[in-house]
Ligand binder design. Structure first.
Ligand code: NAD
Ligand code: LMR
Length: 340
């Protein structure tokens, strides 16, 4: 799409925004890293949502092709394409929500922390764009290591004097999606009825499923608890190994990312009672300034943090075990911003 037509469309959208009496169906969502393994299927799911009037796609490569392709789908969401740093402004201006899957994925044998060297700089650059061009948007970080990229984003917003801890989220929804699936399959339950909170962070032992709080109530043997917890913690690695060098989870992540975005948008438009787990600034565990717990979402982001609830002895041990690792990951993100 040529730049002129794109600008016309953006300016038309902005006019429509001013004329509108309600924000319903008038939300702009920007996807940064839109041409990637997650970005493409995520954008496909978002294009189908009546909640989104404008889907702005940004990547350093291949964005025009992805945007042209999606723009032929007969839904009312307008798609615009933005490539290269100067166009980041147009992608982010007036955005209500930004989702960031930009960054490299793992290969077999790597930890998420091994991605830090490359992804920390990418996230810092994109977070700076968000702080400058759409400081009031909801920011949803998918890029790994989430345990560090969320603190990096928060620090960038603080440096720019626009930090709102209620609006910056590390997307951990895939852990919940996996926990629900694995428990439903192992206990022969209807997966649509299963809901498992997953707290902590998003890497290895920092992922802590609270199986004692499963809905509906389920009894697990000690062996089942260990097997299921370990599988949920290693599920990302399961996919990385199965893809054998071709990346990590993309399709299930797109599904999970879309679920999280839709929850936030519905809450932003006034729907009540919407809750999701996410990795956010937190005081739930005093040693950890960021932590994932179930959150009530509202018009301005986090309306209430539900905390940990009652933990089983097994989960208390898991919590103790994750604190040193998660603390290190968070500190690494905070330090990166100060010294890089
Ligand atoms: P990918 O390599 O397929 O796609 C990444 C995209 O980011 C590419 O299109 C690339 O061009 C783009 N990109 C790189 N630098 C950029 C920049 N500066 N600005 C804009 N775009 C840029 O990777 P993927 O499989 O889509 O995974 C992306 C990230 O998501 C990885 O870090 C991965 O570990 C992470 N991930 C997180 C979760 C989660 O649960 N939070 C789940 C799966 C993957
Ligand atoms: C996942 O959980 O699938 C993602 O964090 C990607 C990865 O590297 O495992």
């Amino acid at each position: 799409m040529c730049t002129f037509i794109r600008r016309m469309r953006i300016s038309h959208l902005n006019t429509a925004r001013w004329l509108s009496t309600s924000r319903t169906n008038n939300m702009k969502v920007s996807v940064l890293g839109a041409a990637g393994g997650i970005g493409q299927p995520l954008s496909l799911l978002l294009k189908q949502s009546p909640l989104i009037s404008h889907l702005a796609l940004y990547d350093i490569v291949n964005t025009p092709g992805v945007a042209a392709d999606l723009s032929h789908i007969n839904t009312s969401t307008i798609v615009t394409s933005h490539t290269e740093s100067p166009e980041l402004y147009h992608c982010l201006k007036d955005a209500d929500l930004v989702v960031i899957p930009a960054g490299v994925p793992r290969k077999p044998g790597m930890t998420r922390d091994d991605l830090f060297t490359t992804n920390a700089s990418i996230v810092k650059h994109l977070a700076t764009g968000c702080a400058e061009h759409c400081p009031n948007a909801f920011i949803c970080i998918i890029a790994n290591p989430v345990n560090s990229t969320v603190p990096i984003t928060a620090e960038v917003f603080k440096d720019n004097g626009v930090y709102n801890p209620k609006k910056i989220f590390g997307v951990t929804t895939l852990d919940i999606v996996r926990a629900n699936t694995f428990v439903a399959v192992s206990k022969d339950l209807d997966v649509n009825q299963v809901s498992i909170p997953v707290v902590g962070g998003h890497a290895g032992v920092t992922i802590l499923p609270l199986l004692s709080q499963a809905k509906p109530t389920v009894n697990f043997s000690n062996e089942e608890l260990t097997t299921l917890t370990t599988r949920i913690q290693n599920a990302g690695t399961e996919v990385v190994e199965a893809k054998a060098g071709q990346g990590s989870a993309t399709l299930s992540m797109a599904y999970a990312g879309a679920r999280f975005v839709f929850s936030l948008l519905r809450a932003a438009q006034g729907e009540r009672g919407i809750s999701e787990c996410a990795f956010v600034e937190s005081t739930v565990v005093p040693e950890l300034p960021y932590f994932s717990t179930p959150l009530l979402l509202g018009k301005e982001g986090i309306a209430q943090n539900f905390g940990l609830g009652k933990l089983s002895d097994f989960e208390k041990k898991g919590l103790e075990a994750l604190i040193p690792e998660l603390s290190k990951n968070i500190e690494k993100g905070i330090r990166f911003n100060k010294f890089e």
